[in-house]
Design a protein around this ligand. Structure first.
Ligand SMILES: Cc1ncc(C[n+]2csc(CCOP(=O)(O)OP(=O)(O)O)c2C)c(N)n1
Ligand SMILES: [Mg+2]
Length: 597
């Protein structure tokens, strides 16, 4: 049989190093699936339950491996399902290639079944490169350019293949006008700023007395360099959500997360610093950074368009985090005075005690903070953590003490619900020998994570380490938003939009061959984690959590406090249970020294 366009397509992806793709079949892409089948397992196809989940998996695979993530779907609904997962990759700067089928070229423009204008649909999310093939010899450069652009620019790209074209005989481009003769291969460049710029940065950093670092996902591979620079500068360091694993939390000068899900010491670090060094972070909320003019700023980022975006920096360095910090280090003077670090360390000691006290507060029936608090000391060395969007992201961000060698991620920029389970599945295909733990709300579970448990049931027996745990916070509520409605809008809980059905998640797990654990007492949490971490198969831990424990920001503004009080006065139906009426006192304690806000 002559080589089809699809056979060539699969071969070319393989030549680029693609070994796994996540997706779902359909007649719009059958030609490529036939070729995948014929290729004898050169590229592994992982079957998700939904194309959006496959795209989340591709995004997470890129995050956990540093390689290209690939997802594949049929024309029409398959392709449109991909979009949210692709936006997740786009917003977190992940290299992902989306492959979509399309109706036959002869039918296009004819309001044909499953005909969607896919180049337009993908134009924004895959704007760096989106092309629909129209001839066999074009496919070679579409693959080459699509992948090189994704890897080189850390962007999402898309290749759309009409189904008739997929089955045609492949032809190499003839040596003629109007053809391209492309090749494969990409290696990351070494990106370091010029010496005079490094000197300017060093001057700013050397002149500071209270240096604060903010590190993000761009610093994940630069822990040694960040530590060396921070030690030289006597600095404290806060972490953006995607940079949670960039620095271990057992260093006394690391203040943990920043922002709405952050810690009070991170907030204080930013409010009191005189110099800010930001490394590889697109952390969005400027109000958690120093006031304009308060601090002199230096930023390092690979992407020029992320520089000086949240705070007006004096020196903007385009560069790889590790390489740039290594080049900067010899130019930095050792700070003599340790007072700033002592203050940060003291803040942190106090903060960990505060967190413990919060986690140990009784609740009805289980305080959700305690889930993360009990998990932290039990985390296996090389664990990979994921979290969904929802109140659990607060406990993931604040309470989990990450250590060196662990990985952790979530849908950061897009903050989409429904990402934690597909992320955790992709983690296993990236690192089958590492234990994986996901924290997920019940709303996100119902949205689509539950269905992906079926994917786990399908594949787990091939994973070298079978430990794969999802902890479901069952509060029968879309709790994060319930609190946002209360605090940000001053509205009472709107039961019609916020309450969700009670579902026995642990029993669903058992039904499909996984292990289920049910927890409705705080004392049962530690044994539940221990049992799950010793299990020989994937586990769903379902915890009945209290929706009236507020996932409030570390400090909240006076205006927000007023809104909350108003909501309570408007007789929120759940008022009586909101931590025994102590909310106002709590709010008062959450406004330390920020009366000007
Ligand atoms: C796809 C999507 N839809 C809606 C939202 C808005 N949203 C953010 S958190 C949240 C509630 C999540 O509820 P649940 O998963 O039960 O977690 P909880 O906050 O109750 O712990 C919602 C609706 C979102 N981030 N993503
Ligand atoms: Mg919930």
């Amino acid at each position: 049989m002559a080589k089809t366009v699809s056979d060539f397509f699969v071969e070319r992806l393989h030549a680029w190093g693609v070994r796994v793709m996540f997706g779902y079949p359909g007649d719009g892409i059958n030609g490529v699936f036939g070729a995948l089948n014929r290729s004898g397992g050169k590229i592994r196809f992982i079957q998700a339950r939904h194309e959006e989940m496959a795209a989340f998996m591709a995004s997470a695979y890129a995050k956990f491996t540093g390689e290209l993530g690939v997802c594949i779907a049929t024309s029409g609904p398959g392709a449109s399902h991909l979009v949210t997962g692709l936006y997740d990759a786009r917003l977190d700067h992940m290299p992902v290639l989306a492959i979509a089928g399309q109706q036959a070229r002869s039918a296009m423009g004819g309001h044909y079944q499953q005909e969607v204008d896919l180049p337009s649909l993908f134009k924004d999310v895959a704007g760096a490169f989106v092309q629909q093939a129209s001839s066999p010899s074009q496919v070679r450069h579409l693959v080459d350019r699509g992948i090189r652009t994704a890897l080189g620019e850390r962007r999402v790209t898309a290749i759309i293949l009409p189904n008739d074209l997929q089955e045609m005989s492949y032809e190499e481009p003839p040596r003629a006008h109007g053809t391209l003769h492309s090749g494969i291969g990409f290696t990351r460049p070494r990106t370091v700023p010029y010496e005079p710029e490094l000197r300017r940065a060093a001057e700013v950093l050397n002149s500071g007395k209270k240096v604060a670092l903010l590190v993000g996902a761009g610093a994940l591979e630069a822990a040694d360099e960040v530590i060396a620079v921070a030690d030289r500068l006597g600095a404290g360091a806060a972490k953006a959500l995607l940079g949670k694993a960039a620095l271990p939390d057992d260093l006394p000068w690391v203040t943990g997360s920043i922002g709405l899900l952050g810690t009070e010491p991170s907030f204080n670090l930013m409010m009191e610093c005189d110099t800010l060094l930001m490394v590889g972070s697109g952390f969005p909320y400027s109000e958690f950074l120093p006031k304009e003019g308060q601090a002199r700023g230096v930023q390092i980022d690979l992407a020029p368009d992320m520089l000086s975006l949240r705070y007006p920096m004096e020196v903007n360095l385009v560069g790889d985090a590790a390489e740039t910090l290594r080049a900067l280090l010899p130019l930095l003077e050792q700070k003599a005075d340790g007072a700033w670090r002592k203050q940060i360390g003291a803040n942190m000691e106090k903060w960990w005690k505060t967190l413990e006290a919060r986690a140990m507060q009784p609740a009805n029936p289980v305080n959700p903070q305690r889930i993360a608090w009990e998990l932290s000391p039990r985390l296996p060395e090389n664990v990979i953590l994921t979290s969904d969007s929802g109140s659990c992201a607060n406990w993931y961000a604040r309470d989990i003490r990450i250590r060196r060698g662990m990985m952790a991620s979530l849908s950061g920029g897009l903050a989409s619900m429904g990402a934690a389970v597909p992320y955790a599945i992709a983690a296993k295909f990236a690192h089958p020998d590492r234990p994986v733990i996901a924290l997920v709300g019940d709303g996100a579970m119902q949205m689509n994570n539950m269905a992906e448990l079926i994917t786990v049931a399908k594949y787990w027996q091939e994973w070298a380490d079978p430990r794969w745990i999802v902890c479901v916070l069952n509060n029968c509520d879309l709790n994060q938003v319930t609190w946002e409605q209360r605090v940000m809008n001053g509205d009472p809980k709107y039961d019609a939009s916020q309450q969700i059905p009670d579902v026995p998640y642990h029993r669903f797990a058992e039904l499909i061959g996984l292990e289920g654990i049910f927890v409705d007492r705080p004392e049962a949490l530690a044994p539940a984690w221990e049992r799950a971490l010793a299990a020989r198969r994937p586990v769903v831990i379902e915890v009945k959590t209290d929706p009236e424990v507020p996932p409030l920001p570390p400090h909240i503004t006076f205006e927000q406090a007023v809104h909350l009080s108003e909501a309570l006065l408007k007789m929120d139906p759940h008022e009586k249970r909101v931590i025994a009426g102590t909310v106002r006192q709590k709010l008062a304690s959450l406004l330390p020294g920020h009366k000007d806000e």
